[in-house]
Design a protein around this ligand. Structure first.
Ligand SMILES: Nc1ncnc2c1ncn2[C@@H]1O[C@H](COP(=O)(O)OP(=O)(O)OP(=O)(O)O)[C@@H](O)[C@H]1O
Ligand SMILES: [Mg+2]
Length: 275
C-alpha cells in the first residue's frame, strides 16, 4: 500500500485511492477549510468519497469531524475550498440545498420529538398531503403506510410505527433518525453518531442498518466513535487530527492500535509505516 507520510507542515496526500478499482466519485472535497474566528476547525481537507461506499471519519473530540460533515450538509459554508457532487461543483448555503442534491444528514443530537410517534417523526415537516390548495390536509393513511415501508423494506426492522419515540432504545432512536433521512430518497447519507455510548446491541443495530443501506446503493459517510465497529463495517477510514486529514486507511491494512495512535498524535511512530 502507498500511504504517503508527510512533512511537518501537516500537509498530507489524502487521495487514498489505492484500491485498484475504477471508483466513481460521489462526493469530492477539494481543499476544504473552515475557520471560526481564529479557530481553524477544518484545514485544507481534500477527499473523494466513492459511490456506494461506507466511509468512516474518525478523530479525537474537537478534531473537526462535525464541522467537515456540516459543510457537506449545508450547515456551514466552507471558508475555502470546493465540494463536488457527482462531479459537479456545488455550493450549499443551507441544509435544504444539500437536500436538493440528494444529501441527507442524521445529526449528532438526532433532534427527534419524543412525544410523537415513529411515523410522525419520519415525516415531520414534509407530510404526504391530500386535497388541493388551501384545503390540503395531512394524508395520515399515506404517512403511516410510507413510514411502515421505510421501516420494514428499507431498514428491515419490524418496529410499530405508532410507538412514541420516547419509549425507544438509543439504537432504535437512531433508526428513526435514519428513516427520516430516507423519506427524502437521498443517495448520500451523512451520519454523525451520538457521542453518548450506544449499547453493544444498539451499535450492532445501527451498523447492520448502515450495511443494508450501502447494499441499496446509498453512499454513507459516518462519523464514528466506535473504532472496532468502523474496522468491521467501513470500506475506508479517514482520520482527522486537529482539522487535518492525516490518513486514509482500509480496515484490512490497519488496526485499533494504529488508528488510536493516528487519532491522538496525528502520525505514526516510525516502524509502523509500511512504505
Ligand atoms: N460554530 C462554531 N463556532 C466556533 N467554534 C466551533 C464551532 N463549531 C466547532 N467549533 C470548534 O471547531 C473545532 C472542531 O469542532 P468539531 O465539533 O467539528 O469537532 P468533532 O471532531 O466533531 O468533535 P466531537 O468528537 O467532540 O464531536 C473545535 O475546536 C470546536 O470548538
Ligand atoms: Mg462532533
Amino acid at each position: 500500500m502507498s500511504v504517503e507520510k508527510e512533512d511537518s507542515t501537516g500537509q498530507h496526500s489524502t487521495g487514498g485511492d489505492d484500491t485498484g478499482k475504477a471508483e466513481t466519485s460521489k462526493l469530492r472535497m477539494e481543499n476544504l477549510t473552515k475557520q471560526f474566528g481564529r479557530i481553524v476547525a477544518v484545514e485544507d481537507v481534500s477527499l473523494d468519497i466513492h459511490s456506494s461506499e461506507v466511509f468512516a471519519l474518525v478523530g479525537d473530540n474537537g478534531a473537526g469531524k462535525s464541522t467537515l460533515m456540516n459543510m457537506l450538509s449545508g450547515v456551514h459554508e466552507p471558508s475555502k475550498g470546493q465540494i463536488y457532487k457527482d462531479g459537479k461543483p456545488v455550493n450549499f448555503s443551507n441544509p435544504s440545498e444539500a437536500r436538493d442534491n440528494d444529501i441527507e444528514t442524521v445529526y449528532q443530537d438526532l433532534a427527534l420529538m419524543d412525544d410523537l410517534d415513529i411515523a410522525t417523526n419520519i415525516f415531520m415537516g414534509q407530510f404526504p398531503r391530500t386535497g388541493f390548495g388551501p384545503l390540503q390536509l395531512i394524508d395520515w393513511d399515506e404517512t403511516y403506510e410510507r413510514a411502515e415501508q421505510i421501516m420494514m423494506e428499507r431498514l428491515g426492522r419490524d418496529l410499530d410505527i405508532k410507538t412514541e419515540v420516547e419509549f425507544l432504545s438509543g439504537g432504535q432512536r437512531q433508526l428513526v433518525a435514519i428513516g427520516r433521512s430516507l423519506a427524502f430518497d437521498p443517495d448520500v447519507i451523512i451520519l454523525d453518531e451520538p457521542t453518548s455510548a450506544l449499547s453493544v446491541d444498539a451499535t450492532r443495530l445501527v451498523q447492520d442498518t448502515i450495511d443494508t443501506l450501502a447494499d441499496q446503493g446509498i453512499t454513507i459517510v459516518i462519523v464514528s466513535h466506535n473504532i472496532e465497529s468502523v474496522l468491521k463495517h467501513a470500506d475506508r477510514i479517514g482520520v482527522l487530527f486537529r482539522g487535518s486529514l492525516v490518513d486514509i486507511k482500509q480496515p484490512e491494512e490497519t488496526d485499533l492500535e494504529e488508528l488510536n495512535e493516528l487519532m491522538t498524535t496525528g502520525t505514526l511512530s516510525s516502524g509502523r509505516l509500511d512504505d
